[in-house]
Design a protein around this ligand. Structure first.
Ligand SMILES: Nc1ncnc2c1ncn2[C@@H]1O[C@H](COP(=O)(O)OP(=O)(O)OP(=O)(O)O)[C@@H](O)[C@H]1O
Ligand SMILES: [Mg+2]
Length: 271
């Protein structure tokens, strides 16, 4: 492929959401329109952050990408295939710690691969590779209850990545962590995105986290959730910077932060 064609292929979305709406049946004839007409695309290797006020439907959108929820109308496509259920091409990391407490870190990371039929000899090497990537080599034989919250989330990330997903989906993965651990985890995620070239869609309502991590922010408005705007943090010049203070120091950071704060306030004023 020529360099120009390669660049175009990089830009073309691998994941597309086309006019997605979702109504939940609340019983007794009542329905709740959670999201309506949500359309956007995610390019290969992109870190796309979905940001918006509580209840605007961020988790609903992510769960649809994971195939855990079906849209009432509209279509989701990944690499030209319709998403109609969960699949190995997608991995999800949740806010709550989801490791198995009775298995060591290594066994936890190996577990998903075992389910997916990866041979035992290969599982061990792959587990060790991803445990190293998230900086837990010394704790490979420890049990999740012996780890801090940040370390447990690193186990979840290693376990998900070990399955080799094309798309890593994360729903407020650092929401339960203290500020310092959260900041280290954000930096680790940028490093992982760079080294594994995995496409990532992450949900957060933390503005600073969104600006630091995102190649593109999809801002959702509330009730029923829709895409209010897409924001590309141009001030990063398309570069991934792993030190957070360097990003905050860049010209243009405060401007985008103010822009998003205004959007959040507009949405908050709707109730
Ligand atoms: N299974 C369900 N049944 C009924 N209503 C639901 C269901 N799941 C979500 N909802 C509703 O859909 C709307 C969007 O919920 P969702 O969890 O996607 O929001 P969110 O943006 O992730 O919120 P938060 O930031 O608080 O996590 C909410 O009004 C919620 O009550
Ligand atoms: Mg949510």
């Amino acid at each position: 492929m020529s360099p120009a064609k390669e660049a175009a292929a990089e830009q073309a979305p691998i994941l597309t959401l086309d006019g997605i709406s979702k109504s939940f049946d609340l019983g007794k004839g009542k329905t709740l329109e959670a999201i309506t007409g949500v359309s956007f695309g995610v390019s290969r290797n992109e870190i796309c952050v979905i940001l918006g006020p509580s209840g605007c439907g961020k988790s609903t959108v992510l769960r649809m990408m994971a195939g855990l929820e079906t849209p009432t109308s509209g279509d989701l496509m990944l690499e030209g295939r319709h998403i109609d259920g969960p699949g190995r091409d997608r991995g999800m990391v949740f806010q709550a710690y989801t490791s198995f407490d009775w298995m060591s870190v290594r066994r936890n990371v190996e577990f998903g691969m075992k389910i997916n039929g990866v041979p035992a000899s290969e599982r061990r090497d792959r587990a060790d590779h991803y445990i190293r990537l998230v900086g837990l080599t010394k704790f490979a034989d420890a049990y999740p209850t012996q780890l801090s919250g940040g370390m447990r989330q690193r186990v979840a990330i290693a376990r998900t990545l070990a399955n080799g997903p094309e798309l890593l989906l994360m729903d407020e993965p650092f929401g339960a962590l203290d500020a310092e651990t959260r900041w280290h985890m954000q930096e680790l995620l940028v490093e992982i995105a760079e080294s594994t070239r995995t496409t990532i869609v992450m949900v957060t309502h933390d503005i600073e986290e969104a600006i630091f991590l995102a190649d593109k922010i999809v801002f959702m408005s509330r009730h029923p959730g829709r895409v209010k705007c897409e924001i590309v943090p141009e001030f990063k010049n398309g570069k991934r910077i792993t030190e957070k203070e360097k990003v905050i120091d860049l010209d243009g950071y405060s401007e985008i932060e103010r822009q998003i704060m205004r959007l959040m306030r507009e949405e908050g004023a709707k109730d």
